[in-house]
Structure formats: C-alpha cells, structure tokens
Design a protein around this ligand. Structure first.
Ligand code: NAD
Length: 362
C-alpha cells in the first residue's frame, strides 16, 4: 500500500503530520513517501507541482494531501500559483469524482450555526464532478466584444460544457454510492436556463433507469442551496457538476459545525485517489498549532476505505474520532463552553491513544 504524502503549505504540514501519526498507529504495512507541493514546492523548485511530486503521486495507490496556498503567492502568474498543483493532480490522475460526506456528529450539534433540530443526525454525501464544466471548458479568455450589450469593449468569457460519457460516469458513481446508503439521489442542475444542465438532467435520468432500486429526483441549484440550510436531512446523495458542487459542498460544510471536520476524496476510474480536508491552508492560523486535524484524519480513513481496501481500519479511525469528541476534547474551531480546548498535536495524540486502546483490546 503506497501512499504519497503531500503536506503542502500553511496548516497543511501540521494536520498531515497528525494523520500520518494516526496511520502509523494502525500498524499496517504502508509505504509512505513525502514530497513538496504548492507554495513550498514553488519556493524549492520553482513550480507548485514538480515532476518528481507528480510521478510520486502517479505511482502511489493514494495521495494524502494537506492544503496549498498563501496570500503571498497571489501575484504570481496563474500557472505558478500553489492552487494549480491541485488542478494538475486532478487532471493528471484523472480524478473525476469528488466525495464530500457532511456528517453532523452528535457532540458537535452546538457548533453549527444552524438550529440543532435541523442538523442533528445529518449524514449526506455530496458527489461533485471534478474534471469538466466551466472550470476546464475551452475556449476561455479575454477579448474585444463584437456583439452583446457593449460591442468594442473588453470582455472575459468561459465555456460550460459536459460530454455524455462525463455525465454518465459520475451518475453511475452517485447511484452506486446511494445503493450503499439510503438509496436516494438528488441531481442538482440549472436545466431551466442552461443547455449544458438540461443535457446533464437527461443523461442522469437515462442512467437512473439502470438503478430501479434508487429514487432519483432533480433540483435546481438555487433551490438546492436553500434546501441545504432549510431541510438538509431530506438529502441522501447529491450529485452535481463541478461549479455547483464547489459551492454547495462548502455550504454543506457549515452544517457540520466546522470546515475543520470535513474530509474529502477524489477518485479516478481505478479507485486511485487523492484525500484531503475540504478546507485550505488557513494562513491566518498557520504555525500556531491550533488547526483542527480531524478533517485530514477522517480523509485518511476514507483513503483506507476507497483506495486501500481496508474498511476495518477506516472504521477504527472513525470510531476513535467519535470517542475523542465524546471525551470532550475540542480544537478552537469546534470549542464550546464546557469542553476542553486542545491544540493540533494533542488532538492527534488523543486519536492515536483511542486507536491504540481498540488494538490492545483486540
Ligand atoms: P481556508 O479554508 O484556508 O480558511 C477559511 C477559514 O477557516 C479560516 O479562518 C481558517 O482559519 C479556518 N480553518 C480552515 N481550516 C481549519 C482547520 N483545520 N482548523 C481550524 N480552522 C480552520 O480558506 P481561505 O482562507 O479562503 O484560503 C486560504 C488559502 O488556502 C488560499 O491561498 C486558498 O487559495 C487556499 N485554499 C486551498 C485549498 C486546497 O489546498 N485544497 C482549498 C481552499 C483554499
């Protein structure tokens, strides 16, 4: 089981160190190799995704990723910015399916900005298509407008596009995931306005006929954004395109209390995957030892389940995280009155201790 460990920038290095510690505690035969990515790689090698890092990721069964970015790189040419490393990894590894579970742990009900009755017991899965849509569609750029409301003025444009196979494969991923859950898929689109998303809706409906045991419904993205905060428990699996998924999955993160709790997985057709917390490099708290490592630790659990075929080890991590939360330990982002505030390292140590206890118990 080969794991490429890419901590990245800011809190990335702090939280990945904790996840690696947790993986070691499982006492499984992992081969882990670490490489630079993002701003750290740019500083050392002049590029956010050096060839050696990309090769390491390609050769691994899974990539454990921290986060990249810092405001100080915002003036670099776009291809050299740290965030380009993620896009490069997605593209080169063909990571088309992004899974973001949003689970509200009972102990954290009070940490969400929503009322407890709205989010208590929440367990939804957002599946976002990751390699198509307006983020990658060509052509794109700037030019002088020849038509529209202001011909002759400078304008910018992007292209929204999806092919039949691209929609088909992500739809299959969603239906198969729903089969292992509550057998309901909500496909989110904007078919009332966009040709691309009328096509999306048609193809998802077509694929859905192969899954008669799974209920399929369709929802416009504006309504989905509203329903996610009004009645999120109505959802089971949500499947959507790259841009809508980007926005909705961040919205869903707030249902769970903190973005510091949200893991994610991005998979290709061979189940090779990149596992990362849903948040960024948090330059505002980097180096202080206060970042929540649980999203990264839970991403490592997803890695064990999806790419390394170790479901029991994955459950062991998830159970350990739950028991640590139940014991009242909290990093600053999820802290509330009556609980114990701990730093990044103490939180990682507590998860390791909980795992070691289950191993010792047999
Ligand atoms: P962010 O997710 O880094 O931070 C948003 C807020 O959440 C901050 O206040 C931060 O302190 C807090 N936060 C995030 N993770 C936390 C954790 N584990 N524990 C406690 N608090 C946490 O988003 P941002 O501030 O918009 O972006 C910062 C940098 O990260 C930018 O350079 C951005 O481009 C980059 N970014 C990278 C990724 C990635 O690597 N996948 C994703 C998003 C943003």
């Amino acid at each position: 089981m080969k794991i490429a460990v890419l901590p990245g920038d800011g809190i990335g290095t702090e939280i990945v160190a904790e996840a690696v510690k947790v993986l070691h505690a499982l006492e499984l035969p992992f081969e882990m190799e670490t490489a630079l990515v993002g701003g750290a790689a740019y500083e050392a090698h002049g590029h956010p995704l050096p060839d050696a890092t990309l090769q390491l990721a390609k050769d691994a069964d899974a990539v454990l990723f921290g986060a990249v970015g810092d405001w100080k790189y915002d003036t670099l040419d776009r291809p050299l910015r740290p965030e380009q490393a993620i896009l490069g990894l997605r593209k080169n590894l063909g990571l088309f399916a992004n899974f973001r579970p949003a689970i509200c742990y009972p102990e954290l009900v009070g940490a969400s900005s929503l009322k407890p009755e709205i989010i208590s017991g929440l367990d939804i899965l957002i599946i976002r298509e990751l390699t198509g849509d307006i983020y990658f569609g060509q052509p794109r750029g700037r030019r002088t407008a020849t038509d529209g409301h202001f011909p002759g003025s400078e304008e910018a444009f992007d292209t929204m596009r999806y092919s039949h196979p691209e929609i088909e494969r992500i739809a299959h991923v969603a239906f198969q995931a729903a089969r292992k859950r509550n057998k309901k898929v909500t496909s989110v689109d904007k078919a009332n306005v966009l040709e691309t998303f009328q096509f999306w809706k048609d193809v998802v409906t077509e694929v859905g006929q192969q899954y008669p045991d799974v209920t399929l419904d369709h929802m416009y993205v504006d309504n989905a954004a509203m329903q996610l905060v009004k009645a999120p428990k109505k959802f089971d699996v949500v499947v959507t395109g790259n841009m809508f998924g980007d926005i909705l999955s961040d919205e869903a993160s707030m249902l769970t209390g903190s973005i510091g709790m949200l893991p994610s997985a991005s998979l290709n057709t061979k189940n090779q995957g990149l596992y990362e917390p849903s948040h960024g490099s948090a330059p505002d708290i980097a180096g202080q030892g206060i970042a929540n490592p649980l999203a990264t630790i839970l991403s490592a659990a997803m890695m064990l389940r999806f790419s390394l075929n170790q479901p029991e080890a994955a459950s062991r991590i998830e159970t350990a995280v739950q028991s640590v939360l139940a014991s009242g330990l909290r990093t600053v982002d999820i802290w509330s009155e009556g609980t114990t505030k701990v730093g990044t390292r103490q939180m990682g140590d507590a998860v390791v201790a909980a795992i070691t206890k289950t191993i010792t118990k047999g």
